[in-house]
Design a protein. Sequence first.
Length: 277
Amino acid sequence: MEMLKRALFSCLLIFLVLLSSLSFAQREKGTKLFVYCGAAISQPMLELGKEFEKRYNIKIEYTFAGSPCLLSQIIFTKSGDLYMPGEQWYMDQAIDKGLIHSWKVVALFVPVIAVQKGNPKGVKSILDFLRKDVKVGLGNKDACAIGHISDEIFKKAEKMLKRNGIAEGIWKKTAYMAMQEPELGNSIKLKQLDATIIWNATAHRIRDSIDVIPIDPKYRIDSPIPLGILKFSKHIEEAEKFLNFVSSPEGKRIFLKHGFGALNNNDKKKNESLSRR
C-alpha cells in the first residue's frame, strides 16, 4: 500500500509539471509537439527530437515516466500530440479508449542475460539460472515488462526443449524480484546478483560494469515499442512527420546506437496487423 501511495504521488508530481510545461508551450510562438514517452526510451528519443528540430524547425518536448502513469495523464488532460509507451499492451489500451489517431512500431526492446563483469559463475544460458550456485534476480512479472517477457522466455524454452518445470524452477529460486527493470542492472553492477535478464538498451548504458550474454534466438522474445499520434493533437500533420522520421532509416540508426533492436523488412510488414497482447 505504501509503495502504491508513493507511485501515485510521483504520478501527481509529474502531472503538475506536465500541466505547467503545456501551459508554457502554448504561450510560445512556433509549432511544438508534446510527446508522452516511456522513461526507458528517453536517450534515443531525445537525440531524435534534436535531429528532427534541426531538419524541420519543429521543437519536440517530452515528459518521461512509466507507461501507465503517462496513459493516466493523457486520459485526464486530453492534450499533447504523441504517446510512446514502453510496451504494446499500453498502446492497445490507448487504442481501446479511442485516444489514438495512428501508430507504428518503431523499435524493439531486446532481452539479454546480464552477469557480473568477467562472468565468474560461467553462466552461458537461461538454463544456468536453475543452478543452486547462481543467485538470480528478475523483474516482477506483474509489475514490469521485463518480468513478463522473462516468464514467456522460460515457458518457450520448456516447449522447445520438451522439459517441464523450467519456469517454475527459476521463479522458485529467484532471490530478488524488481519492480523496475533498471534495478536489475544495478544489482549486477554492485555484485548483489550473479545473473538476470534485462533489456539490451539498459545493458548498453552500463556495459563497462557488466558482461552480456545473448539469449538463444529460439527462446528470445523481443518487445515492440510503439509510437502513436493522439486523436486530439492540434498538429496532426507535424505529428505524422515526426512519426515517419522516428520510423525512418535515421531513426533505426539512432535506436541501434543506443542498444535497441530495429525492425527488419519482415517486421515492418507485420507492423500493420500486429496482434494485440
